[in-house]
Design a protein around this ligand. Structure first.
Ligand SMILES: Nc1ncnc2c1ncn2[C@@H]1O[C@H](COP(=O)(O)OP(=O)(O)OP(=O)(O)O)[C@@H](O)[C@H]1O
Ligand SMILES: [Mg+2]
Length: 395
């Protein structure tokens, strides 16, 4: 399990150097065992340990298997604002009740405590959020004797509120910055697209005489830029799965025709065939988001397969929804790359130098599909082609 190196190092230090020896000594005394040979050295060590516990920036509490509190340092009492009588009771139950009242998610906190009582040898690291907004890292480790006996468990609480707030501020700044740039880029790109379409209409009508292939190239690049800026703008949202969806009924056949026509300039002469079950159910989805999913899949299919090779779209109704498959006859994806292709900013090894992009298309497509309650799967054979299956519920 992930835990901060600092927290782990501090925790190990306390378990191995501070608490374990003093705790074992107390237990030995309690069970009539021999104490430290030298009272002087025991007094010295006790003073040392107390000073370290008192000065610790982390809250530390040690609990015996019978759920009695063996020790709690001042920082622990301060962090959890535990009244002296509650701490003096020595009852884990009373201290827990006090803590639970302050937690945003007391059930999850308690579940972890109970699970660790049931699994005394386990270590754990997680984060707990308090109702007042503070965030603590919580680390717990068993206190085991050399003879293999279990003496209890130590808990550490490290206040990371300031760090988390700073991280959030930086993330927000970064996102606002990206959003501002993308926003400013979109307007000129749209103007270029409108102008190229005006030229293309003019060529058809015979009103303008410019080389059509040149205008098509400009249109293709502008479309590519437009798609990339849309992806980037989406990325500035903290959690893509939380994006509000504006669902509406979508008749898939007409929708595919619309998207394919819009994409024609970027599909490099790849013929897109659509095979669909009859009748196709109407699905309820966010038109703009679904368009983006399909575009990102079709653009990939075209980009990663030989010029002019066919792209097949198949639509099948089943399991209360539809599966939209986009299949190409391209170079395929190596098995070791497959687990990463949906990661943010992941680009295939051979892709990076061959074609510009951010490695966002699939990440965004997956987020949108999942936001709709659907899923996206991939099946690829290197050298033969790739198929992406998007399943979306009808309702
Ligand atoms: N149809 C496909 N055939 C072969 N490889 C693919 C296909 N689709 C995706 N990939 C691989 O998965 C990687 C991630 O795809 P993704 O669409 O997320 O990013 P990208 O295409 O590199 O960049 P972007 O979509 O942001 O322009 C690609 O870099 C490519 O290596
Ligand atoms: Mg892509």
């Amino acid at each position: 399990m992930r835990r901060s190196p600092r927290c782990a190092a501090v925790s190990r230090f306390y378990v191995e150097v501070v608490y374990l020896p003093s705790f074992v000594r107390r237990l030995r005394r309690r069970h009539g065992g021999a104490d430290e040979p030298s009272t002087e050295s025991a007094t010295y060590r006790a003073a040392l340990l107390r000073a370290i516990g008192d000065a610790s920036a982390d809250g530390i509490v040690v609990v015996a298997p019978n759920r009695r509190i063996l020790s709690a340092n001042p920082r622990m009492i301060e962090m959890w604002r535990v009244p002296p009588d509650v701490i003096a009771s020595g009852s884990d139950e009373c201290v827990l009740a006090w803590a639970l009242d302050q937690l945003a998610e007391p059930d999850a906190f308690m579940a972890k405590v109970e699970s660790l009582y049931d699994h005394p040898d386990e270590r754990s690291w997680d984060e707990v959020v308090l109702k007042d907004g503070r965030i603590f890292e919580r680390y717990s480790a068993p206190v085991n004797g050399a003879e293999g006996c279990h003496y209890g468990r130590v808990w550490f609480f490290h206040d990371v509120t300031a760090r988390k707030q700073a991280e959030r501020r930086v993330t927000k700044l970064r996102q606002d910055f990206a959003a501002a740039i993308v926003h400013d880029l979109r307007a000129p790109i749209q103007t270029i697209l409108l102008q190229t379409r005006w030229f293309l209409r003019g060529i058809t009508d015979g009103r303008v005489t410019v080389q059509e292939s040149a205008v098509r190239r400009i249109e293709k690049q502008a479309l590519q830029l437009s798609r990339m800026t849309t992806d980037l703008l989406d990325l500035t949202t903290l959690d893509l799965r939380q994006l509000p969806l504006q669902k509406e009924p979508i008749a898939l056949r007409a929708f595919f025709a619309e998207v394919a026509e819009e994409l024609a300039p970027v599909l490099d002469g790849h013929a897109v065939s659509v095979a669909a079950d009859e009748p196709l159910p109407t699905i309820h989805a966010d038109r703009q988001r679904l368009r983006q999913v399909l575009m990102n899949l079709l653009v990939n299919a075209a980009a990663y397969s030989p010029d002019g090779s066919p792209i097949d779209v198949a639509v099948r109704a089943h399991d209360g929804g539809v599966t939209i498959s986009v299949r190409d006859r391209g170079r395929g994806i190596a098995p070791e790359e497959l687990p990463h292709i949906f990661d943010r900013f992941y680009r295939g090894r051979n892709t990076r130098s061959a074609r510009s992009g951010y490695g966002l298309g699939l990440h965004i497509a997956q987020a949108f599909v999942e936001a709709h309650g659907g899923r996206i799967d991939v099946d690829s054979t290197p050298g033969a082609g790739t198929r992406f299956d998007v399943w979306l519920p009808s309702a």
